[in-house]
Design a protein around this ligand. Structure first.
Ligand SMILES: N[C@@H](CCC(=O)N[C@@H](CS)C(=O)NCC(=O)O)C(=O)O
Length: 231
């Protein structure tokens, strides 16, 4: 049984997609990050970086105490190891999946997050920042399109690399990206959207929250106004 600490954002969806695909039993523990619940002591004990997603595996394979994991990439790797699913056993294919997972974690996700931040949320519209992250989004979607050439999925077989990348890539419009120039990304997005487990994951999200995560001045202050936490 997995407890999933979750909110309805791209990094949260990565894990509901895995859990729905794998059939592992899980319970969602909503953490409303617009309201500051990520700073509550119980959650920080699991996720010291005050971000969702995080999990607690109540039955880890070593038979020991419940095990908590934070960082979506680490969670996907953990669940893949636990279930033996969604990372191919073959050495070369496995490292294809793992390196593209890390590409998402270190590049695609953070850069698209900044892209959206400076266009949508920044109180001043800074041309340098907007252009910098628009160019980076264009570059990264291009890299993804090239990787998908002649393949159904990012690493060949369906893997945790797809689960990590899809929730971000489906926001292509807000990243200012035109799919007419990215035929492989368009096809892959359609393939991903049609998977029953992906549909179920997004349906689950609707039961938790349907509004935007960043809406009020208070939510902006909570999400963008933090310095060092007081002990
Ligand atoms: N690298 C982290 C990023 C997680 C992350 O940025 N989570 C956001 C929602 S998508 C969050 O919880 N933000 C709350 C906050 O910054 O206070 C991961 O992939 O798990």
């Amino acid at each position: 049984m997995i407890d999933l600490y979750y909110w309805t954002t791209p990094n949260g969806h990565k894990i509901t997609i895995f859990l729905e695909e794998s059939g592992l039993e899980y319970t969602i523990k909503p953490v409303n990050i617009s309201d500051g619940q990520q700073f509550e002591a119980d959650f920080l004990a699991i996720s010291p970086n005050n971000k969702i997603p995080a999990i607690v595996d109540r039955r880890p394979d070593d038979g020991g105490n419940p095990l908590s994991i934070f960082e979506s990439g680490a969670i996907l790797e953990y669940l893949a190891e636990k279930t033996g699913q969604f990372v191919p056993p073959d050495l070369r294919q496995r490292w294809q999946a793992i390196q593209w997972l890390h590409w998402q974690m270190g590049g695609f996700g953070p850069m698209l997050g900044q892209n959206h931040h400076f266009k949508q949320y920044a109180p001043e519209k800074l041309p340098y920042a907007i252009e910098r992250y628009d160019k980076e989004a264009e570059r990264l979607y291009g890299v993804l399109d090239d990787q998908l050439e002649g393949k159904s999925y990012i690493a060949g077989d369906y893997s945790i690399a797809d689960m990590a990348t899809y929730p971000w890539a489906r926001g292509y419009e807000r990243h200012g990206v035109n799919l007419d120039e990215l035929p492989n990304v368009r096809r892959w997005l359609d393939t991903m959207a049609a998977r029953p487990a992906v549909k179920r994951a997004y349906k689950k999200a609707e039961r938790i929250n349907t509004g935007p995560t960043v809406s009020s001045d208070r939510s902006k202050e909570i999400l963008f106004g933090q310095g060092r936490r007081k002990r």
